[in-house]
Ligand binder design. Structure first.
Ligand code: SF4
Ligand code: SF4
Length: 668
């Protein structure tokens, strides 16, 4: 007899199954509609271009879960078992439907191979699910939450799979076909029933139970974290799409501040908690986690754009439910340093720092909930062109005795434009960065000039605060000056200015007609120093017997991938021993100054982030902690004092360290 399977064997009435299936699909479609209605809010505003790179990333990260393996091989393997097991059973169900409705091809050897593949898929799924339960409830991995949904989702999947094996076992026990061994798990389960008649009497009940569980699962997907199986592939594809700028005058005040990418990213979050483990604000004991923010933003969007949101009762119910689900309010947005550590570890690329920035736009727009000191700093920025409440006339005071050409005053000023930045210009400690850089350039006879008192803020502070109107004004001021003085090459002191020039400006420039676009080449000073070392222009003759460690500023390293250049400069100095801190390079710990936190009152925390970092530096035994950012310099200097490490550890900017290695400033 040819091996095959008869669909709906001893099942009646079949129409009831189709009715239930239609209801399940309807419930699924309704839930899907709620998500899509949120997505469409964003997609309507921006186009999604096709990308082969996105497709390749989808293959790697979608099919093989590459990012889930990072730092947690067990989680990656577990997820792969669940994903491929589930996908195998799903494809098997599609094939059996096609066999019934379209063309009968599941017979003979094809059917036997099909049966065995499904057995393997089912076992993979059970193994993966059991592993996930062990990790969550026995190993009690701290980043994993133990909410009702977490247990319910796994239990439902487990019941669907196990009941499938029971149905198969009963069928094989009742039919006793020669080929039963090919469906080996079902065959083993079927051995429980020695009497075919007994198996047959149980069979229809188990079939209906399995059908109800499976249809329930289908309907439940869009209402649970299982929805990530649809949203995650979209986010993996979209991740490489460059963010598109939305100028303030084109914004509709009724539209959401989030980009379409963020709206889809929120739906892909499975609350895995990797971001929570990495977040420096959470690590410092602050009442904030990126996961809470994501869940809060997703819940709010779903409540607002759900097809039922027109009904008052639905909105009230949703609000109450959301308040029970997550403890978050807009005041907590200011805890984020936008360090991007969460994005680095998120398996589905949820871009929390961008989304936090966009959420801040609404808070700033409404004018409530912005920290007092930050409001004051933004006012200063508008008034004085810097957040430090200092007159514009003092901006170039640091350069008074250095005779540096000024584009805005000196006819012959030419060469690189050194963009000093607000903090480096105004803060007494940070001014050492500018003075040292100028000394190095003069020492090497390299032409450069500054914009003096006319140098505007690049707009980074306003951008990170979500004050986009002020950011666009600052960007306009900068571009106007660059155009007027023919500047197309910038060297920045601050990774924040560098980031703004290379990541924020181009998106806005792209909206201008081609003849109005200015092609700027911006580099952080560490990039220039590394180039000079490589070319042999900057070389160090005297050995320096000292041990140092390097703190990667978030906006230089994680945001822009500049990890090697500062280390190349340090390593070029003979005698210097460089040691790494426990968190380094891509896993560097934020000093707590980014995301405009330096312009806020102290936030509620168990310990300051900079103090955690300075302790890490101390643990290396280094004499000097080197960094390459004015904000890091200020934060770490402060932490050195508050932790009582003034005698044990020095904090220096890389420019200052290079000057020290070349000789005292007086020797130029
Ligand atoms: S945002 Fe990413 S890392 Fe954080 S919980 Fe969600 S999926 Fe996990
Ligand atoms: S960007 Fe940094 S501070 Fe902000 S949520 Fe992510 S990890 Fe936390």
């Amino acid at each position: 007899m040819t091996p095959l399977r008869t669909s709906y064997w001893h099942i009646e009435p079949v129409w009831l199954f189709y009715l239930l299936a239609a209801i399940a699909v309807g419930v699924f479609a309704f839930g899907l509609m709620a998500h899509v209605s949120v997505w469409m809010r964003g997609i309507r505003r921006q186009s999604i271009p096709f990308s082969w790179h996105g497709m390749a990333q989808l293959a790697w990260d979608g099919l093989f879960g590459r990012r889930i393996f990072r730092g947690d091989v067990a989680a990656g393997t577990m997820h792969l078992l669940i994903m491929w097991g589930f996908a195998g059973l799903f494809v098997g169900t599609v094939l059996i439907s096609a066999d019934y409705w379209v063309y009968h091809f599941l017979k003979g050897a094809v059917y036997l191979a099909y049966s065995t593949c499904l057995e393997i898929a089912g076992l993979m799924l059970i193994l993966g699910l059991a592993w996930s339960l062990i990790r969550r409830y026995l190993q009690r991995i701290s980043r994993l939450e133990r909410r009702f949904e977490d247990l319910f989702v796994v239990a439902l999947l487990m019941l669907v799979t196990l009941s499938g094996f029971v149905v198969e076992g009963l069928r094989l026990a009742a039919q006793r076909p020669d080929w039963a061994g090919w469906s080996f798990t079902g065959y083993w389960v079927g051995l429980v029933w020695t009497e075919p008649q007994a198996a047959l009497s149980w069979y229809p009940y188990s079939w209906w139970a399995h059908a109800l569980l499976s249809l329930g699962l289908i309907g439940y997907i869009p209402y649970s974290k299982l929805f990530h199986m649809l949203a995650a592939p979209a986010t993996i594809y979209l991740e490489i799409q460059p963010p598109q700028a939305v100028p303030i005058e084109t914004r509709n005040p009724d539209e959401e501040p989030f980009s379409y990418r963020d709206m889809i990213f929120f739906d892909a979050c499975t609350r895995c908690g990797r971001c929570v483990e990495e977040c420096p604000a959470t690590g410092a004991g602050e009442p904030f986690t990126p996961r809470e923010f994501i869940v809060w933003a997703r819940n709010n969007l779903l409540a607002r754009y759900h097809p039922l949101s027109r009904f008052e009762w639905f909105r009230t119910w949703k609000q109450r439910r959301n308040a029970k689900t997550v403890d978050f309010d807009p005041h907590k947005l200011w805890h984020c340093t936008t360090c991007s550590a969460c994005l680095e570890v998120c398996p589905v690329f949820v871009a929390t720092p961008d989304a936090i920035r966009e959420a801040r736009c609404t808070v700033v727009e409404e004018g409530t909930g912005v920290p007092l000191l930050l409001t004051q700093s933004l006012r200063n920025l508008y008034k004085y062109n810097n957040p430090w409440e200092a007159t514009k006339k003092k901006r170039a005071n640091w350069a008074q005795d250095l005779e540096i050409p000024d584009f805005t005053k000196d006819e012959g000023a030419a060469g690189l434009c050194y963009f000093v930045g607000c903090t480096t210009s105004m803060d007494i400690r940070a001014q050492g960065i500018a003075r040292s850089f100028a000394w190095i350039m003069k020492h090497l006879n390299l032409p450069f000039a500054i914009l003096g008192n006319k140098e505007p803020c690049c707009g980074d502070i306003a951008r990170r605060a979500g004050e986009d109107g002020l950011f666009e004004k600052q960007m306009g001021d900068c571009m106007e000056l660059f155009r007027r003085f023919g500047i197309d090459q910038l060297i920045t002191s601050s990774p924040h200015c560098f980031h703004t020039f290379v990541n924020d400006y181009p998106a806005f420039q792209a909206l201008l007609p081609p003849d109005e676009q200015l092609q700027l080449r911006a580099r952080h000073y560490t990039m220039l120093l590394a180039e000079l070392v490589k070319a042999g222009t900057l070389h160090f003759a005297q050995p320096l017997k000292i041990t140092v460690t390097f703190h990667d500023p978030c906006y230089l390293g994680r945001h822009n991938g500049i990890f090697d250049q500062p280390r190349q400069v340090i390593d070029a100095i003979p005698g210097v021993q460089r040691v790494e801190m426990a968190h380094n390079r891509i896993h560097s710990l934020c000093c707590g100054g980014g995301g405009d936190r330096v312009w806020q009152d102290e936030l509620d925390a168990d310990v300051k982030m900079a103090e955690i970092r300075i302790r890490e530096a101390e643990a290396t035994g280094a004499d000097i902690l080197i960094t390459a950012c004015p904000l890091c310099l200020i934060m770490l200097e402060d932490a050195r004092k508050t932790t009582g490490l003034e005698q044990d550890l020095q904090v220096m900017d890389l420019n200052e360290f290079v000057v020290m290695a070349l000789g005292p400033p007086g020797s130029s």
